[in-house]
Design a protein around this ligand. Sequence first.
Ligand SMILES: NC(=O)C1=CN([C@@H]2O[C@H](COP(=O)(O)OP(=O)(O)OC[C@H]3O[C@@H](n4cnc5c(N)ncnc54)[C@H](O)[C@@H]3O)[C@@H](O)[C@H]2O)[C@@H](O)CC1
Ligand SMILES: [K+]
Length: 502
Amino acid sequence: MKILSAAQMSWVDQQTMKDQEVSSLDLMERAATTVFDEIKQLYPRLAQYTFYIFCGKGNNGGDGLVLARLLDQQQAQVNVYLVDATDYSTANLANQKRLSAHLIQKISPDTQVHIPAGAIVLDCLFGYGLKRPLAEEWRSLITGINCCTGPIYAIDMPSGLLSDGPTAAEAPVIQADVVYTFQSPKLGLLMPGNSRWAKAFRVLDIGLSRSALEQVDTIFHYIDLALLGPFYRKRSKFDHKGTFGHCLIIGGSRGKMGAVQLALKAALRSGCGLASAYIPSCGYTSIQTAVPEAMVISDPEEEMITQFPDTRTFQSIGVGIGMGTAQYTIDAFKVFIMQGLDTALVLDADALNILAQDRDLWQFVPKGSILTPHPKELSRILGTWQNDFEKLEKVKAFAEEYQLYILIKGANSAIVTPDGTVYFNSTGNVGMATGGSGDILTGILTALLGQGYSSQETLIMGVYLHGRAADIAVQTLGVYSLLPSDIISHLPAAFLELEKQS
Ligand SMILES: NC(=O)C1=CN([C@@H]2O[C@H](COP(=O)(O)OP(=O)(O)OC[C@H]3O[C@@H](n4cnc5c(N)ncnc54)[C@H](O)[C@@H]3O)[C@@H](O)[C@H]2O)[C@@H](O)CC1
Ligand SMILES: [K+]
């Protein structure tokens, strides 16, 4: 799914009106009705609820006015607070007239509101039309709304949050529990730093022109099953284990052998033909016992890796998890990486930490390799950043310079390709914030790469399935109790979904 800027959304809205011969008023009715349907699902007995609907002067406010009318028709208690203005949009004005005047109260940006307990707030002050951060005069209204005890649903965007650029941490912004955004996710909703304003969002299809959506060119994409379908390979009965690659996980150190076990199991659950590990010899028995399907080669040293194996017979290699940064390991890793491998690697954890300490090493990392740093590892590589947008730019420049694929881990993990395209993930949950989740991702990615998927396909598919397996798992296990191993045991369900959709 494409992620569109405010300007692109506006263009698609205009094109839709032309292509479908509908007015702005019709589109607004359509958009507001999709939100109304969502709200009705959440609160089937609408007549029992009170809604506080805050409307601005533009079309976002117009959506709010339509919602007020639809809710009023269902006997919900409706209180509309409309920002006083002289320049309402045409569709906004038309919808003011369609609503009983007694429901509307005019307010100004500095009005202080008090919302009673139990009321539901709909935020329709500003959508993608917000051009710059809200001025200080809005603070009292926004703060008053944010102080409500009930849920806040924002329409299209939390008011005050910019769609396409950074919003200052101290800016007045609505803190939405759920954002119902139209047709395409907006960049501002995907940035982890904005999560206190957009705790969750849902993309609602309002039937905007397909041809206009296809024509829009963007480097930003949101991963869904439809994106995976075209490159997911169904298996044929003539395939054999040699077809699916032999993958190698290099890592582990005394006390951190579990990382390798998790990666191996995840690789085997992700369809690799053969899985092997290269580890310090103290882990030999535990890995052979825990993962009987895998093969193990051990380093002569007990506690740490001191040399790297000949990797020419493997189709893919994942390096770094649980590996540690003992000097012997650092020296061995440097020799390994500087030999000039021609196979793309999956690099995680201590492989990244070693590379981060010596910028001269990056030139030796095979082009097309996949890096999966968590935020701390990423800042060791790139230094600091002011906001998520600047972070993205830094990652893009680095990915291009060294022709690497970089995954920025977090909620909505972002995949950055060497040509600057960015894919945001749509799956995953907070239950994954436990040590070991990343080791599983390394296993999945190494397995997919070894099966012949390109680095880009590997990342899109691997990151999606990793999150999806966790999403399926939390349905029965919950976010507190989810263990990384549960992600592995739910990988089959995630693969089955993909198989069915393809
Ligand atoms: N036909 C359409 O264009 C449709 C638009 N829709 C809704 O319309 C919204 C976009 O509508 P608009 O383009 O009217 O924009 P908005 O309603 O988001 O806001 C625009 C108004 O805010 C003012 N403004 C911008 N930045 C400001 C700031 N920092 N401080 C104070 N005022 C500021 C602008 O001058 C303008 O009057 C979408 O988010 C969506 O909710 C939907 O109804 C679907 C159809
Ligand atoms: K809004």
